[in-house]
Design a protein around this ligand. Sequence first.
Ligand code: ADP
Ligand code: MG
Length: 637
Amino acid sequence: MGKRKFKTEVKQILDLVIHSLYSNREIFLRELISNSSDAIDKLKYLTLTDEAHKGLNFSPEIEVTLSEDGKQLQIVDNGIGMNENELNENLGTIASSGTKKFLSSLGDSQKKDSNLIGQFGVGFYSAFMVADKVEVLTKKALSDTAYFWLSDGSEEYTLKEAEREGHGTTVTLYFNEDAQGSEGFNTRWSLERIIQKYSNHVAFPIYLTSYQDEYDEEGKKKDGKECKREQSNSASALWKRSKSEISEEEYKEFFHSLAHDTCDSLQTIHTKAEGTLEYTSLFFTPEKAPFDMYQADYRSGLKLYVRRIFISDDNREFLPVYLRFVRGIIDSEDLPLNVSREILQQNKILQQIRKASVKKLLSEFANLARNDKEKYIKFIEQYNRALKEGLYSDHEHREELQQLVRFRSTATIGKEGAGGWTSLEEYCLRMKEGQQSIYYITGHKAEQMANSPLLEAYKKKGFEVLILDDEIDGIIAAQLGPYKHDEKHIPIKGVNLADSTDELKDEENEEEQESKSKEYSKLLEKLKEILKDDVKDVKLSRRLTESPACVVDDRNDPGAQLQQMMQAMGQEAPPTKPILEINSDHAIVRKLHDKVDQDISDAAHLLLEQALLAAGLVISDPLAMSKRISRLMEQGF
Ligand code: ADP
Ligand code: MG
């Protein structure tokens, strides 16, 4: 025992907290109170489920005490406490996986916001925003030894045995100058305000103790100070109250403390289920997607309670993965308290709650889409991708999800706000008479895609094309259809797939097309021979009107976009070649036709390369291409 060194990442966090976090410093109290509340949750759970802890009788509470001189603040709880090992690991050596992410998420901006620190699992260190020195005195429930931890934010911390009455943890902050001065965390008024703002709905009473000047009847200041101790939070399980009794403001505060954030939620979904299954759920959709949403080790945003007793918040199975952005609580009346946390996902009751919750959430999203278009687009801007994941993974709710996803399209591109998006339903309502399929194009840049040569014939026919420009689209596109509209199942087809041109056929032109195929067969063969290493086939195109050529994918091949994406991620992509389609009405193609007995190798390659470029794809050998251009220009001028 004695002095120990902080792990490097912890040291980095400390430096950052001490020197760079400026805005929202008041959240230190939210973080410390939330740790106290977690510690009480853990102990309460054990007293109800674990034999050894059953005899332990305690009434949970959190004390926040400001010293008489206003220089120290104590946060005291009678929760589970920590033993030597835990103290050492939690507050010193084991830096949680969130540490590095927190550091990098702050980026290079000058004014760093401390607000999110709790989401990264390093909330405790926020104490050093307001304190030069922090002490922790803690004793684990059922243990006889207490431990004392002390740090002034430098390289080392002190750890030694100590005395403490009863189990729980006391955190003592020695306020730094700013905390006492400009920021004024040393007044009852400000502490009360902070507790109410962030911790009003912590489930246990928080008592605030402070010393105030006393005045006599004539208003003259007395010598001594009066000690005042009052409960500062409402300590109710908000979700248990009926909807009509809860104000917007209360929901909002509850969400803030739940999410360790000050952003608001787009939707509040409060449900009380009665009957065969009794439970309450309160869900929120954050205005901004959680920072770790697309990380493999994202934190779950849901807490499970059984009859108001906290059970678990690290279970990702409460909702399907694609709904991982939802924050909130589920409180069941039917689950046994000692439900094993490990086998929660196999629990029948929980599975039923999960099922009902997914239904509820999806139907509330649909309500939002119907009733508040602008707000729904805010939702879409954050969670469209999650909904698409759902289309891929949750076949049971396919139809609901098809209604919820939104797309850019040739009919909406360039429009602002809600007008810039379309649903599949809206697309169908705009469909040309007789149009049989919904069409889409995949790629990276929406503007470029809207002008792709692949769309020429569709545009000419007046067919709208969905523009799928999100990375994930390349993967989900094939799973999008069919879409049910007017009792019909409408297929959804990619315009870059070889078999998507059925509808572009013109009965009258069929014969002409046939004879052209014959006429051009020699050119097609020759191009195939020249380009055999790069393309699978060369065909006459039905989809081009203005461009000389385009590339399309075989229906069964993974698309070119998907391939390039996999390569970018360092994954091996199976080599597939595109099909080159050429436009026999184009002057270049006609010229090639005329010169089919000469050497057309340069032109053939260029034809393919410019088609690849137009599709937003990468050219494998730009140098060879530029040489070809030079050679052709020499001949041409
Ligand atoms: P998080 O709460 O997200 O895990 P923190 O940095 O806030 O991250 O706390 C780190 C850990 O320290 C907690 O997980 C908990 O194990 C321990 N801890 C902090 N405060 C207390 C407390 N008052 N009582 C018991 N354990 C605590
Ligand atoms: Mg915490």
